[in-house]
Design a protein around this ligand. Sequence first.
Ligand code: GLC
Ligand code: CA
Length: 542
Amino acid sequence: MKSKWWHSAVIYQIYPRSFQDSNGDGIGDLKGIIRRLDYLETLGITAIWLSPVYQSPNDDNGYDISDYQAIMTEFGTMEDMEELIHEANLRNIKIIMDLVVNHTSDEHRWFIEARKSKDNPYRDYYIWRDPVEGDVPNSLRSTFSGSAWEFDEQTGQYFLHLFSKRQPDLNWENEKVRQEVWKMMNFWLDKGIGGFRMDVIDLVGKIPDEEITGNGPKLHEYLQEMNRETFGNHDVLTVGETWGATPDIAKLYSDPKRNELSMVFQFEHVGLDQQDGKDKWDLKPLDIQELKRVLSKWQTALGNEGWNSLFWNNHDLPRIVSRWGNDKSYQVESAKMFAILLHLMKGTPYIYQGEEIGMTNYPVQDVSELNDIESINMYNERLANGYSKEEILVSINAKGRDNARTPIQWDDSENGGFTTGTPWLHVNPNYKSINVQANLANPNSIFHCYRKLIQLRKDHPIVIWGDFELVTDVPDHVFMYLRQYENQTWAVVANFGEEETVLHLPDRGQNHEVIISNYERETVDFHSLTLRPYEAFAVKLG
Ligand code: GLC
Ligand code: CA
């Protein structure tokens, strides 16, 4: 595979609303991000994926865009945005923009026009259908609960919204819509950005009348057109959010020969703690064997015809240390274990803000504390369907999106140093002990583990290019794999257990030099090796 900068990159996701407030209004902003660029440079990341900063009424916190070429007033101005790109570039950090083009806000000019009349020139930018027997056109559901069809009184038709009713879906079959999107993407490329993260991009080829949403027949045709018309000649990273991707589908997007995207986010591992065929809210415990099976399948299945994105976290998912680790007695150990396990795999790692200091889920006690539209809608729907408040809150505490959206804990001052005003969303009460300042000061912190992992990727081609092999003769709760490149082999071991576990792998030798670990450990002897709770390390086998 021809080497590109993003093959060896580490990306850091910023959710701007919660990153750093600079003017005391309680809302993170662009100037706040600029102030923290030195911190990100210290961490060593290559690029920032910036969650949406465009003009938006914030029905879904910026994923409902009313103007793609203007900055959200609370976040700053276009000059601030240009300054951010410039200041980041000075530190060799690229800015990757979130591209949300499956839908717009209902306050976007196109939709305001479209809903005026059936013959408005913008009508066909969206998806309208007549009622069927006085009811919705079909049974398509919104991800945020209820029907995906909303009736519009004025023109007597329904419009489609796969997310909130304030996020009407664009009609990608309309060539004019695609051209508007290409124009807008080129506007941002001309500003010198480093690429795009494409929101729910697998939905743009939908055929609503057949109730096909993901992976529609024209999806890849559209992406090839996008590549040709926009970023194809730019050296940028493009990553698609594709909930329904299998390895074969991922190759369609990311095989370099096909001229679509650099890589996709696949979510197979993310679904492992929900009951089969049910919602994300219907919980079941993680089976570590399944996690090993799924992640190692993705490590090997793409071969040279695609590229992986590696992630545990983002703004839609609970914090990994709370989800599958132990955020109380082993917060540091388990956070580092997840870092070591993921960052030495093949693919491009993504760190979600706060992950690098082991931030944890926020303990919600009452529905009034919620901000996220998805959780609030689900709460109301399930309450109406007879669930108890208590059981709904169990689901929300486990999976709600607000968990990852609380403000970054910079230090132990009031509001964790995020704002001098009132934060838009509660700060996690554990900010006195879990914060950036404390992490920077302690050479054994989670932050320094992430920093070292990023440096290892820069120094050792094996981390980027090495073949992956799962080691299977270990206990179920131990995740062990090998990386192999030229004449080198590394082994990575992670113990998901909270008990000591003894490994006997005499064939793997002894006196191996440790590359990185989350407990003190100098050499490794595989004849008999006692792993402590959540212990993880990498060693050179030869
Ligand atoms: C994606 C985003 C999520 C958003 C949704 C609708 O899944 O990551 O935050 O709510 O798309 O845009
Ligand atoms: Ca602010």
